[in-house]
Design a protein around this ligand. Structure first.
Ligand code: NDP
Ligand code: 8X3
Length: 253
């Protein structure tokens, strides 16, 4: 068997691209997400192009019991997880705090913070047991800065930053690498989810400049994982050339 990587949120965007590139780098991959048909399609695509093995787990990361059951259900050899990419996440809504939808806030907190914690709580002990492993947390530029109407999404990604630092300290003696990667604007399904299916608003987000793609972010994740065992990239910020930070974007057409 190849080394094993578990990628959450592999049905779309950054997670899907990461699963494909990890398979291309001779990892066997465990792919997760809620949309099972997409996981099946991705499994077929990987098996068609690479010799890697694929195991799929369809569950909602917000459900603690579902996360536990999914990890428990893994055949013993699939529990030897070398890399965990905590990628599943979302922004829902873009409102001033006084107009925010409490249900949106809960979806973001439950997915981006609690879901990441549930996964880590079940997978990290498997790594600690063997004294080796690498956890990549997908944060955001929204975890570095706070922008107008970003309130709760930014707070969840600040939490990812804090948890990344905490994990690195807590598992230092166990040889577990922990990295956070903080992308800026990447064209995926992210904005369709944020704007609740409003395609015009979603498309506008990426107009007039060249945004990152899921592949761009996945390339950096794979680079990070492939570094020598004694080297860790603690935190990576990646933006399109046209974006300096959360506030400055250069629109050129
Ligand atoms: P996508 O919407 O394309 O992908 C999000 C993934 O997360 C999907 O596979 C989705 O799977 C999964 N997911 C969402 N909710 C749940 C849930 N409750 N249970 C299980 N899986 C879930 O967006 P991106 O690829 O852009 O987002 C990936 C990560 O990157 C997120 O954490 C996001 O915050 C972060 N990010 C994105 C940026 C961007 O500009 N695109 C920039 C910075 C960070 P499914 O719906 O099938 O469950
Ligand atoms: C996604 C990027 O700028 O919409 O995390 O917060 S941004």
């Amino acid at each position: 068997m190849n080394p094993i990587a578990l990628i959450t949120g592999a049905t779309s965007g950054i997670g899907r691209a990461t699963a494909l590139k990890m398979a291309g780098n001779n990892y066997d991959v465990i792919i997760t997400g809620r949309r099972e048909e997409r996981l099946v399609e991705l499994k077929n695509a990987i098996e068609k192009s690479f010799s890697s093995k694929v195991h799929l787990l369809a569950f909602d990361i917000r459900e603690k019991e579902a996360v536990s059951q999914a990890i428990d259900s893994l055949p013993e050899k699939w529990k030897d997880i070398q890399v965990l990419v905590n990628n599943a996440g979302l922004a829902v809504g873009l409102n001033h705090i006084q107009d925010g939808e409490v249900d949106d806030w809960e979806r973001m907190i439950d997915t981006n913070i609690k879901g990441l914690l549930y996964m880590t709580r079940r997978v990290a002990p498997l790594m600690v047991e063997k004294g080796d492993g690498h956890i990549i947390n997908v944060g955001s530029m929204a975890g570095k800065e706070v922008y107008e109407k970003g309130n709760v999404y930014c707070a969840t990604k600040h939490a990812v930053e804090a948890l990344t630092k905490a994990m690195r300290i807590d598992m230092l003696k166990d040889n577990i690498k922990v990295t956070s990667i903080s992308p800026g604007l990447a064209e995926t399904e992210f904005s369709m989810v944020r704007f609740k299916g409003d395609k015009d608003k979603a498309d506008k987000t990426y107009k007039g400049y060249t945004p990152l793609t899921g592949d761009d972010v996945a390339d950096v994740i794979v680079f990070t994982i492939n570094l020598p065992a004694h080297v860790n990239l603690n935190n990576i910020e990646i933006t399109p050339r046209a974006q300096a930070n959360s506030f400055y974007k250069h629109i050129n057409d």
